[in-house]
Design a protein around this ligand. Structure first.
Ligand SMILES: [Zn+2]
Length: 592
């Protein structure tokens, strides 16, 4: 037995599935999926096969042409779930498993109509990263195994299903429901399986890009993301032709726990990006860049997550630089620096979670999740780029994409490839310090611009009474205001808060990056006028990036803690399971 991924029961001495055929019946009343999955191996196999499953009710296991086969579920592990052990007869080409998803399936969030924009119909969406595909489908739930898939999804009439796959037709069923078919011909890791079902409408943004959302939001979404084709073209300039045919996006309800999820052919996005001024489309640049870094060349396990995210953050800022110039990219790096420092502070007593090459046996990857693989990883990539020069680095990136396309690799494979193509570069940038040592190396690249320096100095001199001029207040772009707020001291007075809100009208902001940065400052200052807005945001939005600082800052004062607990009691049923866990862990650190 050889288990290359500590988060999967996949045994590398056993055959890998090549393709999945899924039949999923979505039952909103029971909040479960009635599923059948057929795992195809593309060759004759037999003997033991170990699959990942978590909370699934296994109904039957059959080999077509042979009949039922023996199976067994091991005792449940809190992180991994249950190993599903099959004993397959010789000559097996494929195996069919019927099952039902469990009530606590972490991959699935079932929303009541009131939790949607239209409030007319229920909604279901999946989030399989980090290791939740096994709560939706029994499978080899590790990125080491890549599968093509086809799917047939039956939903109530009037609702639409979308997946991380191309559409392959739909029709009404005899029993008054509707079936949607999908096909994903390229092999993907299981964490990129994705499904959403709801009242959906779409708008074409270009011949290969479309945005989906609830009908109430679709026009706003089409306006916000109108520039996506330009981004795709710029990304192709960096990485080569777009490898997934279509680039469609889905704007989810506000409980979606992430900013975006790079599901191939159907990026999932939080509605908090709909700022009304196109100021938050960097998240789209990020998810789009994943089409190459992450989806095409994939981390072999969550221990190498930085290979997905570090490259993607670097790529996102490279795209932004081409689209909006050096100043915009420098602001992006500054925002990233803040996120990195916050994460390093959070893991002060767990330094092993601040290295890039992580050792996660026995650790839930959701607990290890932070900005570190993103921002420390991006700084290693940028250091290599600075060392060898932009042009040579871009040629290296193209070679890297070619060498590893549609494969899942480890940090060691990456390092060997760099050593072969850019000999000595890892040593010169002190890559070991990024990969294996905690914190951020002193030699990590700095990203500066005149504008960034101006904002930093002004914010640092707040305590001495320095304030932005009327001209600055009127002319700053959203990213500039955001960086300024991030650089202000964390302990403002009530008068400071009143001044900021009075001059920047922060309470009414639709840009959630600015709004949440402001509300976090206000919560840390125990600034009561902000409490109603804090309550409103926390009751509506489930994006973990916002819950973490807001609940954290509320914990600094007694009445903030009272407020936080009351809000969580009301908001918790509407949060995604991942978000709920994050908030519970923060509330547990409150002093009383
Ligand atoms: Zn990402």
């Amino acid at each position: 037995m050889r288990r290359p991924d500590p988060h999967s029961y996949y045994d590398a001495s056993q055959p890998k599935a090549r393709r999945l055929r899924l039949r999923l019946g979505v039952d909103f009343a029971a909040k479960r999926i009635e599923g059948e999955v057929i795992l195809e191996f593309g060759q004759e196999i037999g003997g033991a096969l170990h699959l990942d499953s978590k909370g699934l009710e296994i109904l039957s296991v059959q080999v077509p042409g042979h009949g039922p086969v023996p199976w067994d579920l091991d005792a449940a592990d809190a992180i991994l779930g249950q190993r599903l052990c099959l004993d397959l007869p010789p000559g097996t080409f494929e195996v069919a498993i019927s099952y039902r998803t469990g009530a606590e399936a972490m991959a699935l969030q079932w929303l009541e109509p009131e939790q949607t924009e239209g409030k007319l119909a229920p909604y279901l969406f999946s989030q399989c990263q980090q290791i939740h595909a096994r709560t939706m489908v029994p499978c080899q739930d590790t990125p080491v195994v890549r599968v093509a898939y086809q799917a047939e999804v039956t939903v109530p009439e009037g609702l639409t299903a979308v997946m991380s796959a191309g559409p392959a037709g739909d029709e009404a069923t005899a029993d008054g429901r509707h079936v949607f078919r999908f096909t994903m011909p390229q092999p993907i890791p299981s964490y990129l399986l994705a499904l959403a079902v709801g009242r959906l409408a779409c708008r074409d943004l270009s011949p290969r890009a479309r945005v989906w959302a609830e009908p109430e939001l679709v026009e706003a979404a089409a306006w916000e993301f109108a520039g996506v084709e330009d981004m795709i073209t710029k990304a192709e300039g960096l990485f080569g032709p777009y490898p997934w045919d279509r680039y469609d996006m889905l704007v989810l309800p506000p409980s979606f726990p992430y900013g975006g999820m790079e599901n191939p052919r159907m990026t999932f996005l939080t509605p908090t990006l709909l700022a009304g001024d196109r100021s938050l489309v960097d998240v789209v640049a990020h998810e789009l860049a994943h089409s190459w870094t992450g989806n095409l060349v994939t981390n072999a396990s969550m221990e190498h997550f930085w290979l997905n995210e570090g490259f993607t953050v670097w790529a996102e800022r490279r795209i932004l630089r081409i689209l909006h110039g050096d100043d915009a990219a420098a602001l992006g790096w500054a925002m990233g620096q803040k996120a990195l420092e916050d994460s390093l502070a959070r893991f002060k007593s767990e330094p092993h979670l601040t290295v890039l090459r992580m050792h996660l046996a026995g650790i839930d990857p959701d607990d290890a999740f932070s900005s570190i693989p993103y921002e420390k990883g991006a700084r290693l990539v940028a250091a290599l780029e600075r060392e060898v020069g932009e042009e040579r680095f871009l040629r290296f990136i193209r070679d890297y994409m070619d060498a590893f396309r549609f494969t899942s690799i480890t940090t060691e494979q990456f390092c060997s490839f760099v050593e072969a193509k850019l000999p000595g570069a890892l040593e010169t940038v002190n890559a070991r310090a990024y990969l294996d040592q905690p914190g951020l190396p002193d030699t990590s690249p700095e990203f500066r611009s005149v504008q960034l320096d101006t904002l930093s100095v002004l914010a640092e001199r707040w305590v001495e009474g320095a304030r932005p001029s009327t001209h600055q207040i009127g002319s700053w772009k959203p990213a500039e205001l955001q960086v300024y707020l991030q650089k202000l001291p964390r302990s403002l007075s009530q008068a400071d808060c009143a001044w900021l809100d009075g001059h920047f009208q922060l309470m009414g902001r639709g840009n959630h990056e600015i709004l949440v940065e402001w509300l976090t400052l206000a919560a840390a200052a125990d600034y009561e006028p902000a409490f109603p807005r804090i309550r409103e945001v926390l009751l509506r939005v489930g994006r973990m990036k916002y819950l973490r600082p807001l609940y954290g800052a509320l914990g600094q004062h007694p009445r903030g803690r009272v407020l936080a607990r009351a809000i969580f009691a009301a908001a918790s049923p509407g949060y995604h399971g991942l978000s709920r866990r994050v908030v519970q862990s923060i509330l547990a650190t409150y002093p009383d």
